[in-house]
Write a protein that binds this ligand. Sequence first.
Ligand SMILES: Cc1cc2nc3c(=O)[nH]c(=O)nc-3n(C[C@H](O)[C@H](O)[C@H](O)COP(=O)(O)OP(=O)(O)OC[C@H]3O[C@@H](n4cnc5c(N)ncnc54)[C@H](O)[C@@H]3O)c2cc1C
Length: 486
Amino acid sequence: MSTIVILGAGISGHTAALVARRKLSKEHEVIVVSPNSNYQWVPSNIWVGVGLMKPDQVTFPLAPIYNKKGIKYIQAKAVSIYPEGAMKNQRAFVKAEYVVGDKKGEVEQVEYDYLINATGPKLNFDGTEGLGPHKFSQSVCTYGHADEAWKNLDASFKKLEQGEKQTFLIGTGHAMATCQGAAFEYALNIAFEINKRKLDHLAEIIWISNEYELGDFGMGGAYIKRGGYITPTKIFTESILHEYGIKWIKRAGVNKIEKGKAHYELLDGTYHEQEFDFAMLIPGFAGAGLKAFSHGNEDITSSVFAANGFMKVDADYTVKPYEEWKASDWPSIYQSTKYANVYAAGIAFAPPHGMSKPMQSPNGTKIFPTPPRTGMPSGVIGKIIAENIAHQIKSGNIKEHPHKASMAKMGAACIVSAGYGLRNGAAATMTVFPIVQDWEKYPKWGRDITYTVGEAGLAGHWIKLILHYMFMYKAKAYPFWWLIPE
Ligand SMILES: Cc1cc2nc3c(=O)[nH]c(=O)nc-3n(C[C@H](O)[C@H](O)[C@H](O)COP(=O)(O)OP(=O)(O)OC[C@H]3O[C@@H](n4cnc5c(N)ncnc54)[C@H](O)[C@@H]3O)c2cc1C
């Protein structure tokens, strides 16, 4: 009998849990440790943030699904891992702290044969003074944040309706934040809602970003095929912002937020301020902050995790200049560099380096986006890790990994949709293949231009809406859920 413990029940962890359970007979145990009793379909938080969906439309309780499927669920937060046990010949385990109920504050040791770390990002609001929902800006990174953002946005909309001018500042809240796509989509949705209310004349919407050029999206930008022409994402993105009447500030490292004011440094070293009535700014991301200990109780965190808290896996972490970055530096099986039975899925793995060119201001501030790990690769990674573990358990060959999923060999689709419903909406749809540029294989455009395409229109918006229902169906493990791709 083997025990697979999965930390985190987000897009990657939940996928891994369902796949592992489906692939393995009941004599093997699948355990999920996650602090939030709800699953959330994060991409639809954008609609919560503009009041078009309620939090209960993007969430559901995990326990009934896990009960039905025979997955053990522990509502707790993992704090440390002991991959060698705490003493010689002891089984490996995770220390998890209960976050609710009678056992709140108690720590349990959860033993494992295989561990999947799928703890996602720590939303590092503290990395920027004054940033975040409990301070002076909003977030849409969780359904709770998005709901709070909507309350504040609605208050601004009401002021517009009363004839008061309002400034909306949307973008990245840290010089090295990623997830531009989500913030960009939120900016378009706000513009759409203001336009719907015929209040454009009173609103100023400003996009602020750490990207060198717009359309970088943390993946170094892309060339996309659009209507028979090859267009850089810079032009694609600028035209969309222009169409929605959104101004922009690029190459900006936001370093402090006060009530109604954002402070930022530009890549040229100059310092500026931008006033706002409503701001939604994405924080920097870090790993969940797990610690690791050897059987001698020695702190080995730095050998298991990178400095940013993400787990080191089968990537090439050699520090090298941008010009020498290669697609093959990226991991394909997400196995810990130190422990063969430990894996990291989704955002929890440490990328070998960025995809965007590193940039630094004359003051020494690094201003560029770190690499995004969007939903699709996160789901795919969770799935292949579970499949590989199931293969090893069934075959008895603990070294084989028949399933691989390098982000340098995987495509991704990004749908930036504004509006809601079947008739009211439009979307910019972009697919890139592969996610990480491969200049050796595709010397001209860095990616396969046949599959790297972009379009704008109502159809993309329909797809986004359909995907919401499809992925909620899949996550609820309804009949034949596994037929729906990640
Ligand atoms: C607003 C928004 C919109 C987005 N839109 C899109 C989109 O349209 N398309 C797209 O592809 N991607 C989108 N993304 C990105 C996508 O949501 C992420 O790629 C995806 O959620 C990452 O999955 P994950 O499982 O790695 O992390 P998460 O989904 O964040 O899950 C992490 C899990 O770990 C749990 N956890 C945290 N700490 C611990 C701990 N210590 N112990 C145990 N469990 C822990 C959390 O509670 C959670 O269950 C969007 C992101 C945001 C914020």
